[in-house]
Design a protein around this ligand. Sequence first.
Ligand code: FFO
Ligand code: ATP
Length: 277
Amino acid sequence: MRGGLGRLLQKGRSVMVMNCPVLLSPSLPHSSALPLLRTAAATMSGSSVIVPGSAAQQKRALRSEIRKALKALPPGQRAQEDTAIQNIILDSSWFKSTRGLCAYISCESLHEVDTSRILAEVLSDMNDGEEKKRLYVPRVEDKNSHMQMLKISSIKDLIANSMNILEPSPIDADGSQREDVMLASHPVDVFLVPGVAFDRHGRRLGRGGGYYDVFLTKYQELAMERRWKQPLLVALAYSVQIMDDDVIPVTHHDVLVDALVSASGVIPISPAAMDRM
Ligand SMILES: Nc1nc2c(c(=O)[nH]1)N(C=O)[C@@H](CNc1ccc(C(=O)N[C@@H](CCC(=O)O)C(=O)O)cc1)CN2
Ligand SMILES: Nc1ncnc2c1ncn2[C@@H]1O[C@H](COP(=O)(O)OP(=O)(O)OP(=O)(O)O)[C@@H](O)[C@H]1O
């Protein structure tokens, strides 16, 4: 370590982390591996040293590093990965058989994996006799990590919010309250979730608002109460967003995803994903 600063390895890149003690005690539903954070120097010398810095500081440092990597992604590569990821999803049996879906509306300025073609296809009327999927998308309720997932039937249902992310109004064009997925009588089978960084153990680093962690925890509780199958949590990731195993800090409220979809294919992680994907 140099100058009291630790470094986190991310596929040959490094992230600076502030110097103060940390003890991560994650509860990991599909993995018992603890995220040992190693210094680059220690990793190269083969020994394992816990890098100091609170989990929140480590998350901030990693977010900032990945944002830079995303900005530097050449547009051609981004477009190729967007196309490949959406093709993989649209062609998959697990997606085709989905009846209820929660998906994010990708935001270009946040450099998120594009979901526009998936959404257009789900909302299209030309579905070859297949039953139309119910689609719910996020709407931020407040700054205290609360969001809803509201049902939409057209891209026209969306308007830009203060963060310049498209979201539905609570009332639809007919003046009716949109269906909130937490009050729906049928389950959601799949969530397509955004994020800043992911790993092959299902760890996910979000934008720091806690919106998805809070929402997914509540939805998993609802599914348990109703004795529904738990939804598959599927994260969409550019190659630069997939970290080595010991890089993403985990805290007790972090919800693990079941699978990643990258341009190279599906990475099933949980037993449910291995079974269904
Ligand atoms: N497309 C999409 N919709 C979403 C989310 C998301 O991550 N992506 N959310 C998931 O939570 C919720 C909104 N939360 C958000 C939280 C932060 C930022 C944002 O612009 N963050 C900046 C950094 C801001 C700062 O550090 O002050 C950034 O990440 O560059 C956007 C949305 C609900 N809707
Ligand atoms: N289930 C939860 N209950 C209460 N607070 C939570 C919960 N999940 C996250 N938070 C709070 O939200 C804030 C952000 O958490 P964190 O950095 O893990 O979010 P994130 O995973 O980056 O964001 P997101 O979940 O929106 O993608 C923290 O202050 C955290 O304590």
